[in-house]
Design a protein around this ligand. Sequence first.
Ligand code: CP3
Length: 351
Amino acid sequence: GGLPATHPLVDGRTASAPLVRAMRGDRPSTPPVWFMRQAGRSLPEYRAVRAGVAMLDSCLRPELASEITLQPIRRHGVDGAVLFSDIVVPLKLAGIDVDIVPGTGPVVAAPVRTAADVASLPDLDPAALAPVEQAAALTVEQLGGVPLIGFAGAPFTLASYLVEGGPSREHLRTKALMHADPETWHALASWVADITLAFLRGQILAGASAVQLFDSWAGGLSLADYTEFVAPHSARVLAGVADLGVPRVHFGVGTSELLVAMRDTGADVIGVDHRLPLDEANRRLGGTTPLQGNIDPALLFAGQDALERHTRRVLEAGRAAPGHVVNLGHGVPPDTDPDVLTRLVEFVHQQ
Ligand code: CP3
C-alpha cells in the first residue's frame, strides 16, 4: 500500500490545495469549487478537439483525454480537474461490447441477466488500463498545484447499465434480479466492484489526489435494498483504496434518504444533489462528514442575480458542515453558457 514518493499529495504539490483541505474537513480561506461534467459539451474548445472522434475513443487517447481534462482549468479556474473518461471505460477495457450513443448514453450489446451471463464475464487485464493511467499522469504533470480528481462508477450504477442494456429510468430488471436471484446479483456486483477498484487505483497511483465514486442511480433504491444489495460492494471498492489515503467522495442523485448509508460504506466526503439543503444533509450525517455540492444546475439558466442569490444560500448552508467543496447538484448541462460557469467560479472565490 501507500502512495509513491512522487505522488502530488506526497511531494507537496497538492496536500494543502484548498480542494484537498476541504475534503479533509478543513476550511481554507476561499471555498474550493469544481463542477461535475465541467469538461465536455458546454465548451466550444471541447467540441473542436472531439470532432470526428467517438466518445470512448477520445477517453482512450491519453493526449486528447488530458487536453480535454485541462480545458476547464484554463477557462474557469476551478480548484480541481476531473479526469476526462467515463464510468463505462473499465467495462470496455475488460472487453464488454459497450458504446456511448450520443443523446442516449451507454448501450451494452449483450445485456447481462443470468447466472451464465455473469459467469462468462471477462477478467480485466490490469495492463489494459494503461491509456487511462497515461492520461492521468500526463494531466498531473501539467496541473502543478491543482489536484486531479479520479472517479469510477459504483457497482449498482454500472451493473444497472449491464443488466438493462442501456439507460433506464426505473431499473426494473436490475431490481428484479436482486430479489429474484440474489446470488447472481451479488456475483455481478462483485465483478463490477473488482474492475471499478482497479480503475480507481490506477488513477490514484498515476497521480489523482482525490476520487469520486458515482452511484448516480442509487436514488431509485429503498434504504433496505441499498443496504442489503449495494452497500457491501461499494464498501469493498472504497476500502480497496483506503491504504492510499486520498479523500474519497461518494455521490448519487436523489439519495437524500441514503446519505448515511452511503457515508457508512467508507466515504470521506458525501456529494449531495440539489434536492436537500446542505445544513439538513449535515444534520442527517451527524455533523462529521465534509460535503460537496449542491448548486441546482437549473440556476445556471436563471440569470446572474438568481444564480448568485442561490449560491450564497448554498455557501451559507455549507458552513454547517466540517468542510465544503462547492459543486453543482449534478453535472453541467450540455447547453450551459460557459461564461456563466466562469463568473460563478469568480463569485465563489470572492466569498
Ligand atoms: O465530469 C467530467 O467532466 C468528467 C468526465 C465524465 C464523463 N462521464 C464524460 C462524459 C464523468 C465523471 C462521467 C461519469 C458518468 N458517465 C456518469 C456518472 C455521473 C452522472 O452523470 O451522474 C454516468 C451515469 C455516465 C454514463 C454516461 N456517459 C451518460 C449517461 C452519458 C450521456 C449521454 C448523452 O449523450 O446524453 C455519457 C456520455 C458522456 N460522458 C459525455 C461526456 C463528456 C458526453 C458525450 C459527448 O460529448 O458526446
